[in-house]
Design a protein around this ligand. Sequence first.
Ligand SMILES: CC(C)(COP(=O)(O)OP(=O)(O)OC[C@H]1O[C@@H](n2cnc3c(N)ncnc32)[C@H](O)[C@@H]1O)[C@@H](O)C(=O)NCCC(=O)NCCS
Ligand SMILES: Nc1ncnc2c1ncn2[C@@H]1O[C@H](COP(=O)(O)OP(=O)(O)OP(=O)(O)O)[C@@H](O)[C@H]1O
Length: 201
Amino acid sequence: MIVIGLTGGIGTGKTEVTHVLRELGAVVFESDKLAHSSYEPGTEAHGQIVSCFGEEVLSDSGFVDRNALGKIVFADSARRRELEEIVWPATRKLALALLKEEENRGTEFVVVEVPKLFESGWDKLADAVWTVESPRGEVNSRVEDRSGLDESEIDARVAAQLTPEQRIEKADVTIMNDGTLEELRTQISRIWDSIPKNQSK
Ligand SMILES: CC(C)(COP(=O)(O)OP(=O)(O)OC[C@H]1O[C@@H](n2cnc3c(N)ncnc32)[C@H](O)[C@@H]1O)[C@@H](O)C(=O)NCCC(=O)NCCS
Ligand SMILES: Nc1ncnc2c1ncn2[C@@H]1O[C@H](COP(=O)(O)OP(=O)(O)OP(=O)(O)O)[C@@H](O)[C@H]1O
């Protein structure tokens, strides 16, 4: 099985890339979604988040209120690291179990999408790392439109991630998402075609 780690800053186009890779036959896991499920009520991480951040980060139904938690952690890097120390190991455990399942199933290509792939050490789980990068101005307007985060909230998340230059230097492949979605699709197909197939370990 070949594991591709897909990274890139907030809003650079990682999800669009995963849509194309799914169509090309890869199984895709998104770490943001795994992270959210790692702290559902009843999990160890949920209890740790309540101990660390208090009941004020819970909604009436007992789920972690990500909006409230985000406001705390993106205003204070020490608090953000406390959250990462809880969530990253819990998410990694979920990801490792899913990777094992795919390996047992005989899947050839798995893509794991992780915004902070290098920061969290997940690059070591991947056979190759691809980073998706996009011009900053375009990123901000797209993320504002889609997520409702304002410019200063986006800037705070960007500041808590490696710079594009650092990711590009560390990655095996850089996908420059600075054109149309059709151009992005063509670029991905070309990179995909260059991977030797049926080379699973
Ligand atoms: C802080 C939380 C509660 C905010 O939830 P929210 O629904 O607003 O955002 P969501 O999880 O959908 O993430 C959206 C984007 O924010 C950015 N982001 C999320 N966590 C971080 C972080 N620790 N540092 C920098 N950027 C981050 C990423 O680009 C991500 O794609 C949530 O992101 C979280 O639990 N983060 C901790 C886990 C983590 O570090 N995940 C991302 C890196 S692998
Ligand atoms: N080349 C492009 N042309 C037009 N729109 C684009 C392009 N690339 C991405 N988008 C749009 O920009 C938004 C952000 O892209 P996407 O969700 O793929 O980014 P992401 O890296 O997954 O974001 P996040 O880090 O928040 O998860 C989406 O609405 C997407 O459709």
